[in-house]
Design a protein around this ligand. Structure first.
Ligand SMILES: [Zn+2]
Length: 185
């Protein structure tokens, strides 16, 4: 399928050391294998001139979310940094987020609106939490959601299936693979 770069953004959700590096606090073993596909998609999207947005989980030291998950993605820590292989480049937007939803309490909606974004290609981790909430939140704003399944990861197969079900059934997102997504100028 083909999307126009002028109204399409790629969102890379939480590809941070704490989730994607083996020494991370909440390592997701299926996340590193998605890095090459995300990188390839980003290269193609950047060449076509599409907007690239990263979300970065970003918690204060006493964040109540730590009662659920333990300490992770502490603001300014190594764990909160985006993995080396996917470092943002000049012109990309990096959104520091407080919770699962990349829109909640952040300027993400503002930037998508300013750039006339109608479609988002959502990638990153983990599928059933931050990817699902960010994709769902985009869909609630009537932005079309595309999810290349080789660019997302979850801790269990059930979590992955649950996320794909919600994204397609509830939010009417389109499942695809990164090599089937073409982004044109
Ligand atoms: Zn978090």
């Amino acid at each position: 399928m083909t999307l126009k770069a002028s109204d399409t953004a790629v969102i890379v959700v939480d590809m941070q050391n704490d989730f994607c590096h083996k020494n991370g606090r909440l390592f997701v073993p299926t996340a590193p294998p998605t890095i090459p596909a995300i990188k390839n998609l980003l290269n193609r999207a950047r060449s076509a001139g599409a907007l690239i947005v990263y979300t970065q989980d970003w918690h204060s030291r006493d964040d109540p979310e730590f009662a659920i998950w333990g300490e992770h993605a502490v603001a300014g820590s190594w764990g909160a940094e985006i993995v080396e292989e996917l470092k943002p480049v000049e012109g990309d937007i990096v959104i520091k987020k407080l919770r699962y939803d990349g829109f909640y309490g952040t300027p993400l909606e503002h930037y998508l609106y300013l750039n006339n974004i109608k479609n988002v290609i959502v990638t990153g981790t983990v599928a059933n939490i931050c990817v699902l909430h960010t994709a769902g939140s985009a869909a609630l704003r009537w932005i079309n959601v595309y999810l290349p399944i080789d660019c997302t990861s979850a801790l269990t197969e059930f979590d992955m299936k649950a996320a794909l079900r919600q994204i397609t059934f509830l939010y009417r997102g389109i499942l695809t693979r990164s090599d089937m997504l073409e982004i044109t100028r």
